[in-house]
Design a binder for this molecule. Structure first.
Ligand SMILES: *Cc1c(COP(=O)(O)O)cnc(C)c1O
Length: 380
């Protein structure tokens, strides 16, 4: 198949190459000063006290739950409308994901349904800011306070988002970010957490590197000193090469968000009036991080759309089919079709269109024309 309209293209270039070259000229390839510089800049961007660089958002969520002492026998409330990593991180921590259905107009976890899912075992809520739209964090915070729960955010889609003046991490114990290849901020593979809690930060620092009290950079700076293993940790530390790629991109985030906004408006102008297609809602007082541009079509249309667009050289992706119906989670957690009807309905109708800063405006026309052509063929 010839690709006419790619789903995504990164915009890494000379700034990132120069930054990587600087790391090559220095002594430390692994976690060191470049990671610290990124952590400071990232925390500043989000208005948080601390950030900590890791190798993935999956690892970040796993570590955050461990650092909060959440594990075997505990339940964590989350959404089935997400990538499997959200539930996997809870299971890796030894806890049980408890799904709550989502809002029909946004796909985010429905705060009104959370209290009914709380049990004496519930320890935390793990909301996902789907597509880049922040959940109603004030509502989630109120529920968490009432029941003494922690909040860990899956902000993989949402570095730039703001809602009611709140950014990711503003009302939670920790927010977790992904720098995976197609995310708004990327180093191929990578992630970070933010927190305002110095005690949590200390645990996270230990957890990301085997529970060791000294790192390679410490040895380089201070000379060799005996170190200790304080706790059982993981190998989740971000390296200087990853951090080097991320720092120059922080300066472009705002201008790229404006471009994402402009492209979203072009799509909305073309697709807004179609009765077989729904665009997820944008609540008041919100800056959307615009990670993805999904449309929700009539159920039977979706898979025909994917095929029809593919035949025309247009790449699309599904984010996501409701994850409680994947073989493993269905079996492990004892779920069945119908358990979370709203998430299932969105999962059967959603289709993410090609969308990235630098995408030619003409590609939007090609995609919208193709969507209408396939709909005209199949909706007879
Ligand atoms: C990408 C993604 C993750 C996983 O991020 P990694 O950095 O690949 O571990 C988790 N949750 C959501 C919603 C994602 O889109």
């Amino acid at each position: 198949m010839t690709v006419v309209v790619p789903f995504y293209r990164h915009d890494l270039g000379t700034f990132e190459l120069d930054a990587i070259a600087d790391v090559f000229r220095g002594p430390i390839l692994t976690t060191g000063d470049t990671v610290s510089a990124f952590e400071q800049a990232f925390a500043l961007f989000l208005g948080r006290r601390h950030a900590i660089g890791v190798t993935s958002c999956t690892g970040a969520m796993h570590m955050a739950l461990m650092a909060l002492g959440i594990g075997l026998g505990d339940e964590v409330i989350t959404t089935p409308m997400t990538f499997i990593a959200t539930a996997a991180a809870i299971l890796e921590a030894g806890a049980t994901p408890v799904f709550v259905d989502v809002e029909p107009d946004t796909g985010n976890i429905d705060a009104n349904l959370i209290e009914a899912a709380i049990t004496p075992r519930t320890k935390a809520i793990l909301p996902v800011h789907l597509y880049g739209l922040l959940c109603d964090m004030r509502a989630l915070r109120a529920i968490a306070d009432k029941h003494g729960l922690a909040i860990v955010e899956d902000a993989a889609h949402c570095v730039e988002g703001i809602r009611d003046g709140i950014r990711p991490g503003g009302l939670s114990n920790a927010a977790c970010f992904s720098f995976y290849a197609t995310k708004n901020l990327t180093c191929g593979e990578g992630g970070a957490l933010t927190t305002d809690d110095p005690a949590l930060l200390e645990s996270l620092r230990l957890l990301r590197l085997h529970g060791m009290t000294k790192s390679a950079a410490d040895r380089h700076r201070e000379g060799y000193q005996h170190w200790d293993m304080k706790i059982l940790g993981w190998k989740y530390n971000m390296d200087n090469i990853q951090a080097a790629m991320l720092i120059p991109q922080l300066r472009r985030l705002e201008s790229k968000l404006k471009e994402r906004e402009r492209l979203a408006r072009l799509y909305e102008e073309r697709l807004g009036g179609l009765n077989w297609l729904q665009i997820p809602a944008l609540p008041q007082n919100t800056v959307h991080a615009r990670h993805l541009f999904p449309v929700w079509v009539e159920g039977p249309l979706r898979d025909q759309m994917i095929r029809g667009l593919q035949e025309r050289g247009i790449q699309t992706v599904v984010n996501y089919r409701a994850i409680h119906l994947t073989s493993y989670l269905k079996e492990k957690l004892g779920h069945a079709a119908g358990d979370f009807p709203v998430a299932e309905s969105i999962g059967e109708r959603t289709l993410s269109l090609p969308y990235y800063p630098g995408m030619p405006d003409g590609h939007i026309d090609i995609v919208c024309d193709a969507l209408q052509a396939v709909a005209a063929q199949t909706r007879k």
